[in-house]
Design a protein around this ligand. Structure first.
Ligand code: ATP
Ligand code: MG
Length: 495
């Protein structure tokens, strides 16, 4: 697959008329529902943005050109705040699981971001020669482009050295948040998300109660490792009860700092059953290891298919329909997936399509493989960066980006650094869609409805399930030859 050129996008950016740019002063209110605002302005003499912590400005200036900052200062500022917040959070918080994303979680993040900027600005002197949350490379020199498609943290992260600083900063922010009370019209934060309430022993006791009592080492025969994620190893196993093949995620509990969140997750996952989700089967506890048994999807991820073979529109429509059914289900349960992308869509050899990583997604403290808290930026909706009207419809935007992956093999801006991608998402809005003129009118309209920057104009999952584009969906079994071809090229097999 060819890489995507951004010349068109940049051309548009640079050619757009810039009115009054010399004396433009931008005041950014962020997050939108907190009373006090962050004051960011542009110095008319230096042309530089002011009001952000200076290490952050250095990161911004290293990656976003002055012309781009001029063109869309709001996007530049919001991109850097969001990026730095993610970096800080990644380093400072030992969150074992991606939380089920609800409006409360989003409000909490908005407040943390606001407080983090305030805190950093108030402690400028301590930070001034440190780029906390950022590697020194990113601080000064040019940034290498990502070599190829892969899920990776937002920037090379150096664990250890500066982690303590970041930890102190964000901890101070989090503690502060419990004291300042609630912003207007925002829900009460659950304190347990900040402080542990159960001891490890209590957690183990509860885990023993809710887990299956069988000894997993006796019941399962480990057949083949599938890969290692942030949480540990995933492997294929044969269940001696019925000879079925399952996927098991082995989580080392000694590496989980907030073990009690695991309890919530297991309890919630037991309720999340849908034909288009990689369903949770059972959990087992053996000493310090939690084994989470899931349905095995032996066709690999949709990423393998999109990067290796060309899909027909009818096949794309089929995958979109199945994914939408999963999204609609999650939305009906009041949760947002927030990380819809081809890597999180797994396929069965029969062509079944199932969404994974919808909550049970652990992170190991200090592990090099740790992913960013909400994944890579390329699939993110503009409002995730700008924090305006952020809700369920972020999943619909991501589905639109995933459709572009199915057309082109990769999402827009894949060759840009994560911060630049965030800026471009916020500044450009709807990305240019490759081979647009070759797409059917129905597919074009479907993409139009997914990739609306205006959240109110963007369709819901249920509306899209009625879209005429899905009428051209081919049978799921037509995906099987694509899966086989991709597996052959990638030398993967699930036997
Ligand atoms: P993250 O930790 O962010 O989720 P990841 O998805 O790479 O990263 P895991 O979820 O631990 O890590 O999965 C490891 C590997 O196992 C991946 O290649 C994934 O596609 C594969 N995998 C996970 N669950 C299943 C499953 N139920 N069936 C088949 N393969 C799976
Ligand atoms: Mg995963």
């Amino acid at each position: 697959m060819s890489g995507r050129s951004n010349r068109g996008v940049f051309g548009k950016l640079f050619s757009k008329k810039q009115q009054n740019k010399e004396d433009r002063v931008t005041e950014i209110g962020m997050p939108t529902n907190v009373k006090r605002h962050i004051h960011v302005s542009k110095n008319s003499e230096t042309g530089m943005l002011e009001g952000l912590p200076s290490p952050w400005l250095r990161v911004l200036n290293a990656q976003i050109t002055p012309a781009e900052q001029n063109e869309n200062p709001d996007a530049a500022i919001k991109a850097v705040i969001f990026h730095m917040y993610r970096m800080e959070r990644e380093k400072a918080l030992d969150e074992p699981f991606k939380p089920f994303v609800t409006p409360e979680v989003i409000t909490k993040e908005d407040m943390e971001m606001k407080k983090l900027v305030d805190h950093k600005n108030a402690h400028q002197s301590q930070d001034s020669d440190l780029s906390i949350g950022q590697s020194s490379e990113e601080d000064s020199g040019p940034i290498d482009r990502l070599p190829q498609r892969q899920t990776m943290p937002a920037a090379p992260i150096k664990h250890g050295l500066k982690k303590k600083d970041a930890q102190m900063d964000l901890s101070a922010v989090l503690e502060d948040l419990t004291l300042i009370g609630e912003p207007e019209e925002s829900p009460i934060m659950r304190k347990k998300e900040i402080n542990s309430t159960l001891t490890d022993e209590e957690v183990y006791e509860e885990l023993r109660r809710i887990c299956n009592k069988d000894d997993p080492y006796v019941r399962f025969e480990r057949v083949k490792d599938l890969g290692a994620g942030a949480s540990g190893v995933v492997f294929i196993a044969i269940d001696s009860n019925d000879n079925s093949r399952v996927a098991i995620k082995d989580i080392d509990l000694t590496k989980q700092s907030k073990k009690e969140l695991i309890l919530n997750e297991i309890n919630v996952l037991k309720d999340f059953n849908h034909k288009n989700l990689v369903n949770f089967l059972d959990a087992f506890l053996s000493f310090d290891h939690l084994w989470v048994a899931m349905e095995l999807l032996d066709g690999g991820s949709l990423t393998d298919v999109v990067t290796e073979v060309i899909m027909k529109e009818g096949q794309i429509a089929a995958v979109c329909r199945e994914t939408l059914q999963a999204i609609s289900f999650l939305h009906s349960k009041g949760t947002i997936h927030r990380d819809i992308k081809s890597d999180n869509v797994l396929l069965g050899m029969d062509g079944s399509v199932k969404v994974t990583d919808f909550g049970f997604c652990a992170n190991i403290v200090g592990d090099e493989k740790r992913q960013t808290m909400v994944g890579t930026p390329y699939w993110m909706a503009p409002e995730v960066v700008t924090r305006k009207q952020y809700g369920k419809k972020v999943d619909i935007w991501s589905l639109g980006i995933m459709a572009i992956e199915m057309i082109e093999g990769e999402p827009p801006y894949m060759k840009e650094t994560p911060l630049r991608a965030l800026y471009l998402i916020a500044a450009v809005g709807r990305p240019k869609i490759p081979r647009w003129e070759n797409l059917s009118a129905n597919f074009q309209d479907f993409l139009d409805k997914c990739l609306q920057v205006d959240v109110d104009m963007r369709a819901t999952a249920d509306e899209l399930l009625e879209h005429p584009f899905l009428e051209c969906a081919m049978e799921l079994k037509t995906l099987t030859p694509l899966i086989r071809a991709a597996q052959k090229i990638l030398h993967k097999n699930y036997e």
